[in-house]
Write a protein that binds this ligand. Sequence first.
Ligand code: SAH
Length: 362
Amino acid sequence: MSTAAGINVSGIELTLDCAGLTVLIAGTTTAARHTVRRYTAGGATVRRIATPAQFHPRLLDAVSLAVVVEDPVTAHDDGAPLGEQNWEPLRAACRERRILTASEEPAATGGRVTLIGGGPGVEDLLTVRAKQALREADVVLYDRLGPYRTLPQLAPGAELIDVGKTPGHHPVSQAEIEKLMVAKAREGKQVVRLKGGDPFVFGRGGEEVNTCLAEGIPVTTVPGISSSIAVPAAAGIPVTYRGVAHAFTVISGHQPLTSAEFEALAKLGGTIVVLMGIGTLPQLTSGLRKAGLASSVPVAIVEKGYSPEQRTTVTTLGEAVTAAGLARCTSPAVVVIGEVVRQHRDFSATLERVLAQPLGAS
Ligand code: SAH
């Protein structure tokens, strides 16, 4: 666990190593709860005052940094009126002693749920808005497709609950996830539901939003970078290409398509991107061939995009099942079907070619 707390100086994020530092945090318990957590998680010794009346210059002894959490809500934690919050004496005493002072926004009050798209699994593909929501979270419900490894730093002190589903193994059911989300928000908590990719692409995000709305819980969503576009891109495959593919269709391999759907797809002629398609690759490839796609159509299987184990297997529709078997392709993987696959570039750590016939660049 790192010994650091993120701070923002004029819009620039700094990581402050605060192991062994004493930090005075001024602000009501509710408003300052995230600030206290961040500095505590960062290894600082935290000294607390809730109101200006509690300030005494002696409290600054051994303090390296004072953080003021300006709370526009002028009420004590017990509901009694607080009156004017005037932290100027504290700031003046800090200036006199050359102690750094920082200001932070108060933590939000009132339970709510934020659905966040976490992107394809690495922290630097999270949006700025997603990072902000994580920083303010009291509880994070996550699965392992998003950037979960760095959650202790991204959401310092938040309760982290793994509700991840791996294929064939459902530790927490969808109904239980939704119940938990609602229950935590009812406790007045800022609940973040962190999902892989974009929350509305095969992520059951829509259902979670509807559950919150039905339960009267305020809910917002933060879009994420979907693996359906980003994982092909990691292998250098553009899902559209002028003169090659002017449409792309994203399908789930979770449930096999009907023959009518296969026929419509084959007629459309664009790129086909399949998520959750490893288990149903035989049905998928035979369905598309029956619907009229040539067995020579190039196929790429991109596994574990953006991780050190990222691997691309390039094959054809006719050979894909054999190739995936030989290369032992496993989930998570994105399958790309169409002429754009010829554009693939070796951006990944390893590139495996399991080819029946060579695919030259067109
Ligand atoms: N909402 C997600 C998709 C959830 S379905 C999104 O928009 O990306 C889960 C499927 O996404 C996986 O089975 C796999 O097909 C794909 N996937 C997600 N992250 C991936 C990654 N890093 N590498 C390869 N495939 C990934």
